[in-house]
Design a protein around this ligand. Structure first.
Ligand code: KG4
Ligand code: ZN
Length: 333
């Protein structure tokens, strides 16, 4: 039997999870309300909140899994990418826990873990498959050849898809994080109400900064004519923005399938919780006969279950790290 404790602290969620023989028994997530009033994550505040949250979160994960600390066989933690101050808290905790209990330590790449969240529950994708990983910090198309063998086929040249949602929300005077709110308003709106440009970026790379500027100019122009423009048109604006972000993402996925010949397609990361993206991918899958994999909501945004499952697969391979391991703010898949 292999009992893995997973710890995630890369951004603004402190999370702990217990995985027993590849099955997730608990996945506790402590969010940080402190950032909402600043319109984005404040790194120093995030780091301090992780320090407060990490011990109770781990205790709760152990309790909910109905095991005792003594039964844990290894500790997996997010090494990066992420905010250094945040990563330091999870890394230091994992190292101390492993040292005190003489347990092996497993480093996990957060971006790989978002993808490996697909191995928490069935149906699980077969290798190779394509994964569109879309989060607050990243937008990537990855060819996943094996658990830890991943090839980056394309990525954003500027903003991430989650940033495009969050920065648009700021323009629309919506609180942070704006992605889920835009999604909510979009469900009541007309996606064709406002025309927004699709950037012409070669290959499988993405760009979202031009779209953000186009939205800003569109809103400023309309508000000059009608100061109540946003209040009166929030649903239509959100639906139009969401539909454009989704079409940018899915057009590149279509291209990736054509180029690679791989017809198994997954989405991962916080933005994969978006209802427009989920629906759009399902429709494309049906139309083109792809096998489509969409994660459960709780495994889309940051969570430790994905760290624990990635840790479990490294545990099986005996891939451990020494106590002198340090977090890395930048890491590739
Ligand atoms: O993966 P994640 O939790 O954290 C990072 O690693 O960045 O992703 C967070 C991002 C935020 O930008 C948030 O606005 C976005 O995911 N997000 C959404 C939705 N839920 C979360 N974006 C659009 N629609 C959603 N339903
Ligand atoms: Zn993430």
């Amino acid at each position: 039997m292999a009992v893995i404790l997973g710890i995630e602290s890369s951004c603004d969620e402190t999370s702990a999870s217990i995985c027993i023989d590849g099955e997730i028994k608990s996945n506790i997530i402590a969010g940080q309300a402190v950032h909402a009033k600043y319109g984005g994550v404040v790194p120093e505040l995030a780091s301090r909140a992780h320090q407060q949250n990490v011990i109770p979160t781990v205790d709760q994960a152990i309790q909910e899994a109905k095991i005792s600390k003594k039964e844990i066989d290894a500790v997996a933690f997010t090494r990066g990418p992420g905010l250094l101050g945040s990563l330091l808290v999870g890394t230091s905790f994992a190292k101390s826990f492993a040292l005190a209990r003489q347990l092996p330590l497993i480093e996990v790449n957060h971006m790989q873990a978002h993808i490996l969240a697909h191995f928490i529950e069935s149906p699980k994708p077969a290798f190779p498959f394509l994964c569109l990983t879309v989060s607050g910090g990243h937008t990537q198309i990855v060819l996943v050849k094996d658990y830890f063998e991943m090839e980056l086929l394309g990525q954003t040249l500027d903003d991430a898809a989650g940033e495009a949602f969050d920065k648009t929300a700021k323009i629309l005077n919506l609180p942070y994080p704006g992605g889920p709110l835009i999604d909510k308003y979009a469900q009541e709106g007309n996606p064709e109400a406002f025309r927004l440009p699709e950037p012409q970026i070669p290959g499988l790379n993405f760009s979202f900064s031009g779209l953000k500027t186009a939205i800003l100019y569109m809103v400023q122009g309309k508000e000059a004519e009608n100061p109540n423009f946003l209040q009166e048109n929030m649903a239509d604006v959100c639906a139009s923005v969401q539909s454009r972000i989704v079409s940018i993402l899915l057009n590149k996925v279509k291209k990736a399938v054509k180029q690679s010949g791989v017809k198994d397609v997954a989405i991962a990361g916080g933005v994969s919780a978006n209802s427009g993206l989920r629906q759009g991918l399902l429709e494309l899958g049906e139309k083109h006969n792809w096998n489509v994999f969409i994660p459960k909501f709780e495994y889309c945004t940051d969570n430790a279950a994905m760290i624990a499952i990635a840790g479990y697969h490294k545990y099986l391979k005996g891939e451990f790290v020494a106590q002198d391991i340090a977090p890395l703010a930048r890491m590739h898949v």
